[in-house]
Ligand binder design. Structure first.
Ligand code: DX5
Ligand code: ZN
Length: 221
C-alpha cells in the first residue's frame, strides 16, 4: 500500500522543510499537483519548485498535471526530477501521443479520470499505463469532501486489471483520510494521495503511520 502525501496541502512558505518532513515520515511517494489556472480554476507551482525539492529526498515524485497543454511541460518536469507524470484522460485524442512521450522520457505514466468522466474512457489505455488515478474530488483544490460515488470506478478498475492480467496501480486522489482510505482500499485501491488529512495533523509522521497500519489488512486484495 503506497501512501503519497500531496504537497498542495503543505505550508507553501516552507516547501523544502515540508518535503524533508515527508521523507522523515517514510512516505512512499510525494504527490505534486501542477495546476495551470485553465484545466482547473487554480494555480499551484512549476518545474523550478520541483527541481529545488528533488535533492531533498529519494522517494518518487508523482507529478499530477492538471494542465490543458501538458505537451509543453513534459521535458521541463522530466529534467526537474519527476519520476511519474500523470495526465488526464479528458485530453482525449492527445492521450496516446502523451503516453508515448512520457515513456520515451523514461518516466512512469499515469492516467487520471475526473468524477464526471466514465471510467470506460480509460479502457483503451489500460495496457499502456503504470497508474490509473481515479479522482475522488473535482480537481483544482485540496480540502474538498470525498465523492463516494467514485467507489464503483475503483472496483471496475480492479476487475479490469484482473480480467486483462494487467499491473497498473489503482491510485485515488481527493478527500482521502483514514476512513475514506480504508473504503477505497476495500474496493481495490493501492495508492493513496492525501493532502489535508496528513498535513493538517501536527503529528505528521504518526498520521502517515496510522494510515499505513489501517491499510495493511487490504494489501493483498
Ligand atoms: C486536487 C488534487 C489533490 C489534492 C488532495 O485537484 O489533485 O491531489 O491536493 O488534497 P486533499 O487530500 O486535501 O483532498
Ligand atoms: Zn493530485
Amino acid at each position: 500500500m503506497i501512501i503519497a502525501p500531496s504537497l498542495l496541502a503543505a505550508n507553501f512558505g516552507r516547501l523544502a522543510a515540508e518535503t524533508v518532513r515527508v521523507d522523515n515520515a517514510r512516505a512512499d511517494w510525494l504527490h505534486l499537483d501542477i495546476m495551470d489556472g485553465h484545466f482547473v480554476p487554480n494555480l499551484s507551482f512549476g518545474p523550478e519548485v520541483v527541481r529545488v525539492l528533488r535533492p531533498l529526498t529519494r522517494i518518487p515524485f508523482d507529478v499530477h498535471l492538471m494542465c490543458s497543454r501538458p505537451e509543453v511541460l513534459l521535458i521541463p518536469f522530466a529534467e526537474a526530477g519527476a519520476s511519474h507524470i500523470i495526465v488526464h484522460v479528458e485530453l482525449a485524442d492527445r492521450v496516446t501521443p502523451l503516453i508515448w512521450k512520457i515513456k520515451s522520457l523514461g518516466l512512469k505514466v499515469g492516467l487520471a479520470v475526473n468524477p464526471p468522466t466514465a471510467i470506460a474512457a480509460a479502457q483503451p489505455f489500460l495496457d499502456q499505463i503504470d497508474q490509473l488515478l481515479i479522482m475522488t474530488v473535482n480537481p483544482g483544490f485540496g480540502g474538498q469532501p470525498f465523492i463516494s460515488e467514485m467507489v464503483p470506478k475503483i472496483q471496475q478498475a480492479r476487475a479490469w486489471r484482473q480480467e486483462k492480467n494487467l499491473r497498473y496501480h489503482i491510485e485515488v486522489d481527493g478527500g482521502i483520510n483514514f476512513k475514506t482510505a480504508v473504503e477505497c482500499a476495500r474496493a481495490g485501491a493501492g495508492v493513496f494521495v492525501s493532502g489535508s488529512a496528513l498535513f493538517g495533523r501536527r503529528q505528521f509522521t504518526r498520521a502517515v503511520r496510522t494510515m499505513r497500519d489501517l491499510l495493511q489488512p487490504f494489501k493483498n486484495l
